[in-house]
Write a protein that binds this ligand. Structure first.
Ligand code: 4AD
Ligand code: MG
Length: 458
């Protein structure tokens, strides 16, 4: 159906005086004896386009057109009193009617209510803005890496190895619940399964990313990761989108520099590209959001060693739910305290105890810590986890043995340390966590249209 995007009508003054066709869904309508008005949205623009119907033209508009109705409008673009543009309709065709039980009626709905209707919530202002910011951020992340000689790699979603070793892999099987007595043990079951081996959904593309980086030098992935984490929190999804650059010849300070530069770059871009959406979030989700992001971009991020972070937390006098001791993993409350109260900005925490981090991280000379880095931001906590990788074959094998890992699935990974091993590193950025930070939306379920969380799939 030939028509013009509402976004273009707003953006291009040369449409004024011209007759155009627009399509969309009615957000609201008002009706009087002589005139009627429709606020129309086609998804391309956060602001609605006003359609003005002068009943003298003979347009059939008996009742107010219910919200949700889809229409095609032919009319002339004219300047509106408020300085914008609107359309004087000549012809309105209803494409699809919408009955009164349509749940998105005029008033503002809570995010909890909207979560019950993922198929419709895209038609609200909030999701219009969230989905556009999401799309612009994704494009900007690709462009950031592409312009710097990184190669985009697609790593497998079905895998035989658990990258993070945290036992959070969803299992992939075609057998399901076996008949009584069919298999004597798990080994027999997996041997009979689709891949002849135990398989799962990848928690991270890093291991294969490292293999690609050992060939292409600089790579990044941008795809889904899956975690069967039983944590019902505002920042955990079972399926999230993951950006993982992996770079040969990159040491921990270079990883930190890349992460800071990339985050600042994509936030600058979204502020410039989506001013209306960002203003909307500033008004409705977090007052001062734009100033906060401008401030973030114009200052260096803080860097703090884990040991120092523990000292700061212990001296804080705060009554944390989870007690703090050297060796403990940082909980969201600790992460937020560090970023919000101590440094008051985005903060890299480095050199964590090896026991709480993954096997692949470069072991520091102190024998206790690894060259890990997390980026903690106010309001959210961790949005990035990364490290320099252990490039030494013997040290890597030792770390795996210490963890009691089954070495069999990691033969290829270990080969990288035999055939021209180099220092290298990278990080993983949780895309939804970045969107939360950029929009001020506080629940991760509201920055992806179809969230998958424990106990919930729709
Ligand atoms: O810290 P994580 O577990 O690190 C890795 O997976 C590494 N392999 C990354 C790398 O070095 N290439 O996860 C990285 C990021 C986290 O900082 C977080 O932002 C996000 O992924 N993340 C999640 N986001 C939403 N829901 C979950 N359940 C997440 N788990 C991790
Ligand atoms: Mg992490």
């Amino acid at each position: 159906m030939k028509h013009i995007d509402i976004k273009n009508i707003f953006a291009d003054p040369s449409y004024i005086g011209q007759e155009v066709t627009v399509c969309g869904w009615v957000r609201t309508s008002r009706n009087s004896k002589t005139m009627a008005f429709i606020a129309l949205n086609d998804g391309t623009s956060l602001p609605h386009l006003q359609i003005v119907i002068d009943k003298a033209t003979g347009i059939d508009f008996e009742d107010a057109m219910p919200g949700g109705t889809s229409v095609k409008v032919v009319g002339t673009v004219v300047e509106a009193q408020n300085g914008g543009v609107e359309i004087n309709a000549r012809e309105i065709t209803v494409l699809g009617t919408c009955p009164q039980e349509y749940p998105l009626q005029k008033k503002r709905h809570t995010l909890e209510f909207l979560r019950t209707m993922p198929h419709l919530r895209g038609r609200t202002n909030t999701f219009n803005a969230v989905l556009r910011v999401r799309s612009v951020l994704a494009e900007s992340i690709h462009r950031y890496f592409q312009e710097r000689n990184y190669v985009y790699i697609n790593t497998p979603l079905i895998t035989g190895s658990d990258c993070e070793g945290a036992g959070e892999m969803f299992q992939v099987t075609t057998i399901g619940y076996p008949e009584e007595g069919k298999y004597k043990n798990a080994e027999e079951y997996y041997a009979d399964d689709f891949f002849g081996k135990r398989a799962g959904l990848s928690v991270s593309g890093q291991l294969e990313g490292e293999m690609a980086a050992m060939a292409m030098g600089k790579i990044y992935t941008f795809g889904p990761s899956f975690r069967a984490e039983n944590s019902n929190t505002p920042k955990h999804l079972a399926e999230f989108w993951h950006i993982e650059p992996e770079v040969a010849f990159m040491e921990l300070p270079d990883v930190i520099e890349l992460a800071e530069d990339m985050v600042k770059h994509v936030i600058r871009n979204v502020l410039d590209t989506c001013p209306e959406e960002m203003k909307f979030f500033d008004q409705h989700f977090e007052n001062g959001l734009i100033d906060r992001l401008e401030d973030l971009i114009s200052h260096d991020f803080a860097v703090c060693e884990y040991t120092e972070a523990i000292r700061l937390l212990k001296e804080s006098g705060e009554d944390f739910q989870y007690p703090v001791e050297w060796g403990c993993d940082l909980q969201t409350e600790h992460e937020r305290y560090i970023a919000e109260k101590v440094f008051k900005r985005a903060t890299f925490v480095t050199n964590y105890p090896k026991e709480i981090k993954s096997f692949y991280m470069k072991q520091n000379p102190d024998g206790k810590t690894v060259a890990a880095v997390d980026l903690l931001v106010p309001g959210v906590g961790e949005i990035i986890g990364g490290s320099e990788r252990e490039a030494d074959y013997d040290k890597l094998v030792a770390a795996m043995q210490e963890r009691g890992m089954n070495m069999e699935p990691y033969g290829d990974y270990l080969d990288l340390r035999r055939f021209g091993s180099v220092p290298h590193g990278g990080f993983g950025l949780g895309f939804e966590r970045l969107i939360m930070y950029v929009t001020g939306v506080q629940n991760i379920r509201d920055v992806i249209l179809f969230p998958r969380t424990v106990g919930s799939i729709r």
